[in-house]
Design a protein around this ligand. Structure first.
Ligand code: NAD
Length: 514
């Protein structure tokens, strides 16, 4: 399709970009039970462009009733419909076609994402390709996993099959809107589950565009429902419902705790992908320029709004001054701007409220006595006044117990710590409640492996930061989550395991005498 170059301040042109979404009376609709739906009470939410603070669209604001209607539709689709018993090959075909739709419309989707989320187009273009590949990966996997058989000490054959869990509630954040939807929907649908997806209320548009293809490709009614709305209303209803068999959540650790509590009623299955405060450890023998480059990429990609961001830079004392100076000099040169500006290397934060939260952390860092080596301020001029732009920020001379060292900031704020030796590096690296990710930069391969094996984290890198693959498991240790997404692990997390025992000697057991 023809691409629409959008100036975010230009709401009518935003409407042109969004013309393929379903709307009524200027309000973009949700997708429930195979139909396009306004909110049950007619409520709407303004969507705000984070680059300029302008309202560019209105979307239906789902209610508890809307969430319940979607849950009932999903429940019917699974327990009365044929999806759960459908051929894996048929589900795979649908998922491959969904991947093709994303690829064919990647230019449109990435522009919608940049308009809604703010991140530069080069990032959203990457995300769209990643989302398509996630559907493709699970389409392939749908037909692959087999069961297992066991030799047991009897005239019996025992084997194991995997079956879908059933009705899956999926609650996702705003930092990778379509990609997070893909991470949730693709494995769940491949395994034969039905879904109620709740996108972040701040960034629902690419998921709603995805729903137009779910309708077009004729996924059975109720198999995929997309309900937009506030977390404590729609999200909580999904997490608490007795008709939901599993809740899969990606978001903040505090919200994860609330979801876990809400899910106790029917002891539904639960998976949580939560926050992080991940260490990026640089030893003196590392390739200097590579380590500097990834230190920047680790924290300033997506303006630091990445769960696995390398938000703590741990540098060996002997190179600390030289290394940090190099990071700071390059951080100052990062071009911050509107995601539609081709020269922008870093975009805005998602909302004014989030920007103020990040500024609160910067103030706390200064108050606690850390040194602000660069940044720390809102962007000057119109961009900073209207949009949510914060300069790339680096803190040095920190102490391990400072708030900025311990808590997830989720913004472009790098906190530097120094260490004397390998032992101290490991101790500092593991010294938070989180355990999502971590990296080591060194040219000593044995040291790299020793340190990685000591990291209490689920996603790790040696001499790189951030690359992730649909093929490999994603998730955290400690308070960064429960369970794994992606890869075969992510597929298995959407299945129940059933053992089947077959008696090969069909005769009475003789246990009772008469
Ligand atoms: P958030 O926890 O505020 O919201 C995430 C989702 O939960 C949203 O859809 C929101 O509406 C919903 N929600 C909020 N309160 C709820 C409640 N009481 N019950 C049910 N649902 C509720 O997180 P956010 O601000 O959207 O995203 C940022 C957080 O997400 C960060 O902490 C980040 O680390 C985390 N994150 C983790 C991963 C990962 O894979 N581990 C990936 C991306 C983001």
């Amino acid at each position: 399709m023809a691409t629409v170059e959008t100036k975010p301040s230009d709401a009518p042109r935003a409407a042109e970009l969004l013309r393929n979404l379903k709307s009524k009376d200027g309000v973009y609709l949700m997708y429930i039970d195979g139909e396009w739906a306004a909110a049950s009470d007619g409520g709407t939410r303004d969507l705000i462009n984070p680059a300029n603070g302008e309202v560019f669209a209105k979307v239906a604001e789902g209610t508890k009733e809307d969430a319940e209607r979607a849950i009932r539709a999903a429940h019917r689709a699974f327990y009365e419909g044929s999806w759960g018993d459908s051929l894996a090959l048929d589900r795979a075909r649908l998922l491959f076609r969904l991947a093709e739709k994303i690829d064919e419309h990647a230019a449109e989707l990435s522009r919608i994402e940049t308009l809604n989320n703010g991140k530069p187009l080069r990032e959203t273009e990457y995300d769209m390709a990643d989302a398509a590949n996630c559907f493709r990966y699970y389409a392939g996997l749908a037909t692959k996993p087999g069961g297992e058989t066991f030799d047991v000490p009897a005239a019996s054959q025992t084997f194991v099959v995997r079956e879908p869990i059933g009705v899956c509630g999926q609650i996702i954040p705003w930092n990778y809107p379509l990609l997070m939807a893909a991470w949730k929907l693709a494995p769940a649908l491949a395994a034969g589950n039905v879904c109620i997806l709740k996108p972040s209320e701040l960034t629902p548009l690419t998921a709603l565009r995805l729903a137009t293809w779910i309708e077009e490709l004729e996924f059975p009614k109720g198999v995929v429902n997309i309900v937009v709305g506030a977390g404590p209303v729609v999200g909580h209803t999904i997490a608490a419902s007795d008709l939901v068999d599993k809740v899969a959540f990606t978001g903040g650790t505090k919200t994860g705790r609330a979801i876990m509590q809400a899910a106790t009623g029917n002891l539904k299955k639960i998976s949580l992908e939560l926050g992080g405060k991940s260490p990026n450890i640089v030893f003196a023998d590392a390739d200097f320029n590579t380590a500097v480059d990834y230190a920047l990429f680790g924290i300033f990609a997506n303006a630091g709004q990445v769960c696995s961001a390398g938000s703590r830079l741990l540098v060996e004392e002997s190179i600390a001054d030289k290394f940090v100076n190099a990071v700071v000099e390059r951080a100052k040169k990062i071009k911050v701007g509107d995601g539609f500006d081709p020269s922008a290397e870093m975009g805005p934060l998602i909302s004014r409220a989030h920007e103020e939260r990040v500024e609160g952390y910067i103030k706390a860092g200064v108050a606690e006595g850390a040194t602000l080596a660069c940044g720390g301020k809102r962007l000057p001029g119109e961009l900073g006044e209207k949009g949510n732009f914060i300069e790339p920020t680096v803190f040095t001379h920190t102490k391990p117990d400072m708030k900025i060292v311990q808590e997830e900031i989720f913004g472009p704020v790098l906190v530097v710590q120094t260490f004397a030796d390998e032992k101290e590096a490991v101790k500092l690296a593991n010294d938070t409640i989180y355990g999502l990710a971590g990296a080591v930069f060194t040219n000593d391969v044995a040291k790299a492996h020793r340190v990685i094996r000591k990291l209490r984290a689920g996603i790790t890198w040696i001499n790189t930061y951030h690359p992730t693959y649909n093929e490999a498991p994603w998730g955290g240790y400690k308070q960064s989550g429960i369970g794994r997404e992606l890869g075969t692990y992510g597929y298995e997390a959407y299945t129940e395991v059933k053992q089947i025992n077959v008696n090969l000697a069909v005769e009475p057991s003789g246990w009772f005498s008469s």
